[in-house]
Design a protein around this ligand. Structure first.
Ligand SMILES: Nc1ncnc2c1ncn2[C@@H]1O[C@H](COP(=O)(O)OP(=O)(O)OP(=O)(O)O)[C@@H](O)[C@H]1O
Ligand SMILES: [Mg+2]
Length: 479
């Protein structure tokens, strides 16, 4: 390395990347100080050595091949490789440039190599890649927005939960996913928090593309650059649907329980005086010869009987375990309930379609109570069919019994008038009825609910307006 090279070595030293001049045979003819600084090799040590000695062994073949190509075809080339020096490995980008440095022999081909150390950059890339994989594969919906609040990234979980495609979301505001149920103040508070560089956490109700609600806990964090300036926002959702559902069920159960307790109290308090009234009415009726009084007393008796029936229902709900359990044949019970209901005038045009599984074991239940449930559900179905005004309607009640793992499932479907979504949750509430005064007390399903629950079972309803309703009862085989 001396004057024989045309190259101005001061310029060589001004490069910030490692620079080498390498002969055709791969011998290092010259290099700049940066090489020593980065590779931490004693100055002078590398001159005369093979350039490929500092290449990490598994990259030698690739690096040599590109080198030979460069010399032979006199073309520069760019490749990624690794250096190894002093036990450390470096990620480097090599730029090969063919050049003749020998003044005396213009045909002598050497190679000028610039090696850019990209170890730190690579580490950052790997780190970014790691986060990218986390974001892509987490079950939590993630969104990243720019300063204007437009989405620049959404992960697959976000796509899945929202029901929108990635293309439909990128460039939009996350409000496409919003239910519109939260106040302006709610969002402006959020916005003020994140704009000031702080993290915001809240529970939100979102809306999927198909309008279904989707409850999540949302965390939004600003993304800051090196200078601490906000450059965008990162939002991550935690699915709360299951929690919400459980909460709703719990509230419902608690409500039913408290009503039950109340009902038991009322039944007790009202039942006794009612019994005295009933007895007194009978006494007076027998001892009077006044026709007018007799007639009115008869009316009183009728009303008292009606109240007594309600009281009995209340008691049934709150005290089902007073009876003895007996092994009960569910299918036989269904068949008997159908026979009872069929007798009614409204049922005469209705087809009862029974599909009962033979495999259902006897269950330890209170037979009368189970039958009471079935009769009530069937009577409701008959009423619902009668109330549907449709010339072309099909009058059918389908009853199916089956086994599903540890449960017996009984499904009652009718082709009646149906129940609207908003009334669906009310049907199990006491005194909820849509029937004419004197026709229904609105206790049938409430009592049914109480009885089924007392056997650790469940009763659910689904319905479509003007199409029909399905009640599904689940009873554990081993309660
Ligand atoms: N199969 C059904 N189709 C449509 N609506 C129904 C059906 N079953 C129940 N309902 C609705 O639920 C209400 C409550 O039913 P529930 O059996 O508790 O009381 P009811 O039938 O009105 O009175 P009760 O049974 O005490 O004589 C009904 O009035 C009706 O509006
Ligand atoms: Mg009823």
């Amino acid at each position: 390395m001396t004057k024989k090279y045309k190259f101005d070595f001061d310029l060589f030293e001004s490069f910030q990347d490692m620079c080498f001049v390498v002969s055709v045979s791969g011998e290092i003819l010259s290099l700049n100080k940066v090489v020593y600084n980065i590779l931490k090799v004693t100055p002078g040590n590398l001159i005369g050595q093979s350039f490929f000695d500092i290449v990490e062994p598994s990259f030698i073949t690739k690096t040599k091949l590109a080198f030979t190509n460069c010399i032979e075809e006199s073309k520069s080339d760019n490749i990624y490789t690794k250096f190894k020096a002093g036990g450390k490995v470096f990620d480097v980008n090599l730029l090969y440039a063919p050049y003749s440095f020998n003044e005396k022999n213009a045909n002598q081909k050497d190679c000028f190599i610039i090696a850019k150390d990209i170890t730190d950059q690579r580490l950052k890339e790997i780190e970014l890649m790691r986060f990218y994989y986390v974001a892509q594969n987490t079950v939590n919906p993630v969104q990243i927005t720019d300063l204007q609040g437009k989405m620049v990234y959404v992960n697959p979980a976000f796509v899945e939960s929202s029901g929108y495609s990635k293309e439909e979301l990128i460039g939009k505001n996350p409000s496409v996913f919003s239910s519109g149920k939260h106040s302006k103040k709610f969002w402006s508070k959020m916005w003020n928090t994140i704009i000031s560089g702080k993290v915001w956490v809240g529970e939100v109700e979102n809306k999927r593309k198909n309008n279904e609600p989707f409850y999540t806990q949302l965390l939004i964090s600003p993304i800051l650059d090196h200078e601490g300036r906000v450059t965008g926002f990162f939002g991550i959702h935690r699915d709360l649907s299951e929690k919400k559902l459980l909460e709703k069920q719990l509230i419902h159960t608690q409500k039913m329980e408290s009503i039950g307790t109340l009902a038991a109290g009322v039944a007790h308090e009202v039942g006794n005086p009612l019994a005295s009234i009933s007895a007194l009415v009978q006494v007076v009726q027998r001892s009077t010869s006044d026709e007018f009084a007799k007639e009115k007393l008869e009316l009183i008796k009728k009303q008292v009987t009606r109240i007594s029936k309600i009281i009995r229902d209340l008691v049934d709900f709150s005290r089902p375990s007073n009876y003895e359990l007996q092994l009960t044949d569910i299918n036989q019970n269904i068949a008997e309930a159908v026979e009872i209901v069929k007798v009614g005038a409204k049922a005469k045009d209705i087809l009862f379609d029974l599909d009962l599984s033979e495999k259902i074991p006897l269950l330890p239940l209170i037979s009368d109570q189970i039958q009471q449930i079935f009769v009530n559900i069937l009577l409701n179905a008959v009423d619902a069919i009668a109330e549907l005004e449709d010339k072309y309607k099909i009058n059918r009640i389908t009853i199916k019994s089956e086994i599903n793992e540890d449960y017996v499932i009984i499904i009652f479907s009718d082709t009646g008038k149906g129940i609207s979504d908003e009334n669906l949750s009310k049907v199990f509430e006491p005194f909820y009825t849509t029937k004419k005064e004197g026709k229904g007390t609105g206790l049938g399903l409430w009592v049914s609910y109480g009885i089924v629950k007392s056997f650790q079972g469940d009763i659910k309803v689904t319905s479509t307006m003007k199409k029909g309703t399905t009640f599904t009862i689940t009873l554990p085989i081993q309660p």
